[in-house]
Structure formats: C-alpha cells, structure tokens
Design a protein around this ligand. Structure first.
Ligand SMILES: NC(=O)c1ccc[n+]([C@@H]2O[C@H](COP(=O)([O-])OP(=O)(O)OC[C@H]3O[C@@H](n4cnc5c(N)ncnc54)[C@H](OP(=O)(O)O)[C@@H]3O)[C@@H](O)[C@H]2O)c1
Length: 183
C-alpha cells in the first residue's frame, strides 16, 4: 500500500516517529528516486542521514510545532543538497497553511527548535506562575488561569504587530514602559 502511494506521488512526507524513520525509508528506498521531493518531519534526524538513506539530496527537513492544530505553528525548514528553491517554496506554501515558516541553514536547527519549539514550555510555566500569583491574591484558580492565558495570547498578537513596526522604527517607545526599546 505505501509503495503504491509513493509511486503515484511527487512529494512524499515522512511523518512517522523518529525511531522507525530509517526502517520506513530503507523499505521504500527503491521507489524514492530524485524525481520525487522527500520531506521528513521526524525530530532529531539530520539531513546528512536522510540523504544517505535514500542516496540523494532532494530532501527537505521540516520541524513543525504542535500549534499547527490551530494554524499557528512556528515551522522551521532546512533544504537538502539537491532540493531546489522551487522545492523550498512549495514546502513553505504547504506548511504556511498551518502557521508561519522560516527557511534556514540546518546548523541553526537546534537554536530554532529551542526557541520556537521547546520555548513553548516556558510560556506555559509563565502562564501558570501568573495564575498562581492571582490565586495568592484571591482569584479563583479557573479565572486566574483564563486571565493569564488570555493576557499572553492577546498580547502575542500585539507584540508581533508592534515588533514589525519596531523593526522599521527602532527608536519607537515601548507601549508599556517608560524607557526606550533597543532593538
Ligand atoms: N506532533 C508534533 O507537534 C510534532 C512536532 C514536530 C515534529 N513532529 C514529528 O512528526 C512525526 C510524527 O509525529 P506525530 O505526533 O504526528 O506522530 P503519530 O501521531 O504517532 O503519527 C505517526 C504516524 O506514523 C504512521 N506509521 C506508523 N508506523 C508506520 C510505518 N511502518 N509505515 C508508515 N506509517 C507508519 C502512523 O500510522 P497509523 O496511525 O496507521 O499507525 C501514524 O499516522 C514524528 O517524527 C515527530 O517527531 C511532531
């Protein structure tokens, strides 16, 4: 069944768990010629391994985030040796449907994953810490959590919008503080 799908498709997305990725690719290797654009979503497997397993470099590594489910992913992608600019644009369009996409050199992958992926955990911890403060000051926990989450969620949009403005006008005053923001 998988072989038939691969034969019929021009773009093949490997979205299996990382521990079985190599086995799945090697099984299908005879069908994975360079006229097909290959993508891996699996965490941890670098382009060098992916390219070795298939025997060519028309591979793109894509690292999406869980917020894909609400169309707000922070996706990072890295192009393999034989992936073209058009391949990159196609994949950016595909994953742009579920959030924002950044194309960058693979050597920046860990840094990007730490900020855009693992960084999520810091936001969750911050929301819960804010809510704890609210509870300590007398708010019911459910209201404190909703207030904190909404404060973060709403202000992310304000921040992103303001960030764009600030990028073009670095001397803009911070909206919420007295001092100037250095960008
Ligand atoms: N979830 C995220 O936010 C996220 C973020 C970044 C990267 N990733 C990466 O994305 C990949 C998929 O994650 P996931 O959370 O979507 O995993 P998942 O829900 O467990 O899905 C894995 C898929 O692989 C299929 N599968 C299992 N064995 C297979 C085989 N031998 N041949 C072909 N297909 C097979 C499964 O099909 P059946 O259901 O039919 O078994 C299932 O559809 C992982 O490598 C993960 O590291 C995920």
């Amino acid at each position: 069944y998988h072989g038939q799908v691969v034969e019929e498709c021009d773009v093949i997305i490997f979205a299996v768990k990382p521990q079985i990725l190599k086995e799945v690719i090697l099984d299908l290797r005879p069908l994975l010629s360079q006229n097909k654009l290959l993508l891996s979503l699996a965490v941890g497997h670098k382009l060098q391994s992916l390219q070795e397993w298939v025997g060519h470099g028309r591979f793109v590594r894509v690292i999406p985030t869980t917020a894909s489910v609400i169309g707000e992913a922070a996706t990072v992608m890295h192009l393999g040796e034989a992936a073209t600019e058009n391949d990159g644009e196609l994949i950016a369009d595909l994953f742009g449907a579920v959030g924002k996409v950044w194309k960058m050199d693979e050597k920046l992958s860990d840094a990007a994953a730490a900020v855009g992926g693992a960084g999520t955990a810091f936001v969750y911890i911050a929301i819960e810490a804010m809510a704890d403060g609210g509870v300590a000051a007398g708010l019911p926990r459910e209201i404190a959590l909703s207030l904190a989450a909404q404060a973060v969620s709403g202000n992310c949009y304000v921040y992103l919008k303001n960030l764009v403005v600030r990028l073009y006008n670095p001397s803009l005053e911070c909206m919420f503080c007295e001092s100037k923001v250095e960008v």
